[in-house]
Design a protein around this ligand. Sequence first.
Ligand code: SF4
Length: 352
Amino acid sequence: MSRVNLLGLLPSELEDLAVELGASRYRGRQLATWIYRKSVFDLEAMTDLPKDFRQELAERAVVEVPELEREMPSADGSRKLVFALNGASRISSVLMPDDERITLCVSTQVGCGFACGFCLTGVMGLERNLTAGEIVSQVLVSNRLLEKESRRVTHIVFMGMGEPLANYAAVVKALRILTDAKLGVAYPPRRITVSTVGLVPGIDKLGREDLKVNLAISLHATTDEVRSRLMPVNRSFDLAALLAAVKRYPLASRQRVFFEYVMLEDVNDALDDAQRLVRLLRGVKAKVNLIPFNDWEGARFRRPPLARILAFQSVLLDAGITTTVRWSKGEDIGAACGQLREPLAVASASDS
Ligand code: SF4
């Protein structure tokens, strides 16, 4: 019988398991505290649990954490963390410090099946979805790493490898564990952002979950023609359908939807695009992040000159839309936006 992984169960499921093993729900709450609050993964180290309960547990369950195989520091202070999953797959997370804030970009799938033309992860294709445990582990392991520096991840963005809403159930479960203030990892939902290429049914569903996390949309174009060329998903959910779903997404009074816009020379960086973007975002509480394209070998695109990026930004700012130019971190270590790719097989590993 395969043993269940405790890391990835909701606190309520840990309580149920404790009862199944003949113990009280309180023992389940203790388990949740050890795993999610203290990042302790060794059952033997959970010293306030009775010995016979720990033995029962060890027969039925494990606490399985992806192995942190490599830590790749960038000259700009960010770090790519490469995890080996059971089997032969690898994923990466990126830690991005910025003064007091430390943002962790987590992956939700091994590879990605959406094939956005400017993204190296898309070139890999989809290998598999991550489990809720594998998603939460990226946060817990990062926090253990930062503990040595007396720091902690402060913000989490679901923008690494994969499309979060294509792995909906595991992502929502991970969000519940991460935001559970009593027995989970206790992140305020406002510090978590889920990014999507625009899966309309997923956006609607997420809005109904009462999770109150931030929503980010990978927009990247202002016409259906260009967007469909860059992002095949636009053929299923076009700009009109996407913007309508964004307008339905429930926002708290000071919350805004983030729009990610990768800037590609002569593709989507014209002033006409900027003006169209202003019109598209009318009636949306929006913040736009312009991301100058991060090059990778074999890419068909180029980064526009700085003056062009700033002119584009000015049009949005003049229209009253908060717009920042986001210089990606970790470009030198293949950790910047759209650059994440790990070899699929550990055995044949060569750096990407
Ligand atoms: S941008 Fe996101 S959705 Fe598109 S291919 Fe890359 S990882 Fe997948």
